[in-house]
Design a protein around this ligand. Structure first.
Ligand code: SF4
Ligand code: SF4
Length: 293
């Protein structure tokens, strides 16, 4: 997991966002490759490195400074020692194991800001529900402490297993990446049937719901697709809002830092005009827009 304090895009107010690694989808454009699985990872941002060599002194595997080669990656056990000592943050822990108590202590450090700003805690990923046993215990404790809770989810989970967690949420953001299941499977690795069924069942949950679409030219940035998605939401979740998020490539430095192949250039950011047009389609469908960016 990773913990990000002072987050402002994942719900109301100032929030602490808990990224739980591991995801059942594998979106071709994903900006969080560290969350593909739940294993610890060590990133190397070579441009920040000043060659001081401190990291080599604490490495149990006697790996040199350079992590960008196959041999080094194969030997690295991702202990994170190099990241802890690096004065330039050129090496960075990307996924770490933490206990529920450790997470709660982190959240408590900023609880005054969270409460005074009308914010709270957001669970994100990867896909937070992949670690549902951990999330169940953590969300129950935070719920009892009176924190405002939000969940960002891809929607691909067993509803009955996750329902107790959903019932503790004040806010649920669920993604709808493509309304056509064949396209959904092509771009994410899984069809959308489970996601659509879970979306319909969100009616059982007493939380504010936002259905989010990451809008990507070359994937789903077309009028018919957005109109059909809006129609589905309007029909099954009439009280829900929708949010359109323009695709970006901000997270792509992480691919290089983790020695993973970067996503294709075929995916691009829609223009402001296109975004305005697509947002209008949602409004015409009678759905209110949410905007947390
Ligand atoms: S994460 Fe651990 S094993 Fe890997 S390079 Fe850093 S210190 Fe060495
Ligand atoms: S400690 Fe950091 S700055 Fe120094 S050599 Fe290692 S990676 Fe580079």
């Amino acid at each position: 997991m990773q913990i990000q304090p002072f987050s402002v895009n994942d719900g109301d107010g100032i929030r602490t966002t808990i990224f739980l690694a591991g995801c059942p989808l594998h979106c071709k454009w994903c900006a969080n490759p560290e969350g593909f699985d739940a294993k610890p990872k060590t990133a190397f941002y070579e441009k920040l490195c000043v060659g001081c060599g401190l990291c080599t002194e604490v490495c149990p595997q006697k790996i040199g400074i350079d992590l960008h080669n196959l041999q080094a990656r194969a030997k690295c056990i991702n202990c994170g020692n190099c990241a802890d000592i690096c004065p330039k943050h050129a090496k960075k822990r990307m996924v770490e194991y933490k206990t529920v108590e450790e997470v709660i202590q982190e959240i408590k450090k900023h609880s005054l800001f969270l409460r005074q700003s009308g914010g709270g805690v957001t669970f994100s990923g990867g896909e937070a529900t992949m670690q549902h046993e951990f999330l169940n215990v953590l969300s129950e404790k935070l719920y009892d402490m009176g924190f405002h809770l939000a969940l960002e989810t891809c929607g691909y989970f067993d509803f009955d297993t996750i329902k107790p967690i959903l019932e503790r949420m004040d806010f649920i953001f669920m993604d709808l990446k493509h309304i056509d299941t064949t396209q959904h499977k092509y771009y994410t690795g899984v069809g959308n049937e489970t996601i659509l069924k879970n979306m319909i069942r969100l009616q059982e949950i007493n939380a504010d719901i936002v259905i989010r679409i990451p809008v990507i030219e070359g994937v789903n940035a077309d009028i018919a697709q957005i109109a059909e998605s809006a129609k589905f939401v309007q029909q099954h979740l009439p009280k829900a809002k929708m949010e359109l998020l323009p695709y970006h490539r901000f997270g792509f430095g992480k691919y290089e830092a983790l020695d993973l192949p970067t996503p294709s250039n075929e995916f691009t950011t829609p223009s402001e005009e296109k975004m305005a047009l697509l947002k209008n389609i949602i409004i015409e469908q009678g759905i209110a827009l949410a905007d947390f960016r």
